[in-house]
Design a protein around this ligand. Structure first.
Ligand code: MEV
Length: 308
């Protein structure tokens, strides 16, 4: 039996802008997807949709025609379609398990390249930031210079405990729109009104760069201002629904800040919000008053790993 797990991810900041070659700062979170592969003869059980995406990618990469029959089991703590990289985490763990099952020597770069190919099938034009964070883990500075060159830089410090203890994730629900649709929506806006998108890209780059030094120094006031400004920029390109915008305004009014942390949504739900407040209980209160589940998370956990 071969078992691998991979974490979910959040964007501390830089989602959408990262598709256009701007930097993003991401963190692996302590919700994991676990994939088990066992050799099996006879009837193959389930997960055909996923097998049909992953197997051709692995076969092509290894130049093999057949994969011996196996049983595939998936267990995931990561809510799907919520901006936490659920599909990339499952693909990552599945690919690592499949390569191990085939007794192929692999390294993290190979797993990352193959997961990116799976993400292309799921999302059309992914930046590669989600899968890189999930594979390598920790805090990642990511930038897609060109389709061939992606800077995946592990950050060699962690978020200081006095800040990291005050983040929570609030679940606004599964967006009606897929990541692919939201990325296409921004592309259409860029075709129609490049000025708006350019301003977004420039502002977000400045904020992402500053965020890096702010989380190193532990400057709480500036952290709150950056999350607020980053969220406002995301709103300017239409990826945050009016409903979620109103929840975020309530968090800000209470002295905190919150932002979407994936592709967002335009109708109602936008997936997970990353929220910060000097007194975390205030965030829990706002979430409760709005009937939204919330949970604590560790930011910057281990990437893909083998499980016993
Ligand atoms: C999705 O988690 C993040 C986006 O920036 C898309 C991508 O990076 O591929 C919206």
């Amino acid at each position: 039996m071969i078992k691998f797990s991979a974490p979910g991810k959040i964007h501390l900041l830089g989602e959408h802008a990262v598709v256009y070659g701007k930097p993003a700062l991401l963190a692996a979170i302590d919700l994991r997807a676990t994939v088990t592969i066992e050799s099996q003869t006879g009837h193959l059980s389930g997960k055909e949709y996923l097998r049909k995406i992953i197997e051709p990618i692995v076969k092509k990469s290894l130049s093999i025609k057949k994969i011996p029959p196996y049983k595939l089991t998936i267990a995931s703590q990561i809510p799907t379609g919520s901006g936490l990289g659920s599909s990339a985490a499952i693909s990552t763990a599945y690919i690592a398990a499949l390569l191990s099952f085939l007794k192929v020597e692999w390294d993290l770069s190979l797993i990352n390249d193959l997961t990116y190919k799976a993400e292309e099938v799921f999302h059309g034009n992914p930046s590669g930031g989600d899968n890189s964070t999930i594979v390598f883990g920790g805090l990642i500075w990511f930038r897609k210079e060109s389709p061939e060159l992606k800077i995946i830089h592990p950050i060699d410090f962690s978020i200081p405990p006095q800040l990291s203890k005050n983040f929570i994730l609030i679940n606004t629900g599964t967006p009606k729109e897929s990541t692919k649709e939201m990325v296409e929506k921004v592309k259409k806006l860029n075709d129609r009104n490049p000025k708006v998108v350019n301003r977004f890209l420039e502002d977000q780059e400045v904020l992402v760069r500053e965020l890096l030094s702010v989380i190193k120094d532990g400057n709480e006031n500036r952290l709150i201002q950056i999350i607020k400004a980053g969220e406002e920029n995301l709103e300017s390109i239409g990826v945050v629904s009016p409903y979620v915008t109103s929840v975020i305004r309530k968090i800000e009014k209470a002295g905190g800040a919150a932002k979407i942390c994936g592709a967002g949504g335009k109708t109602k739900a936008t997936g997970i919000l990353l929220a910060y407040h000097p007194k975390k209980a205030t965030l829990e209160k706002v979430a409760e008053l709005n009937n939204l589940p919330c949970f604590n998370t560790s930011l910057g956990v281990e990437g893909i790993r083998i499980e016993k």
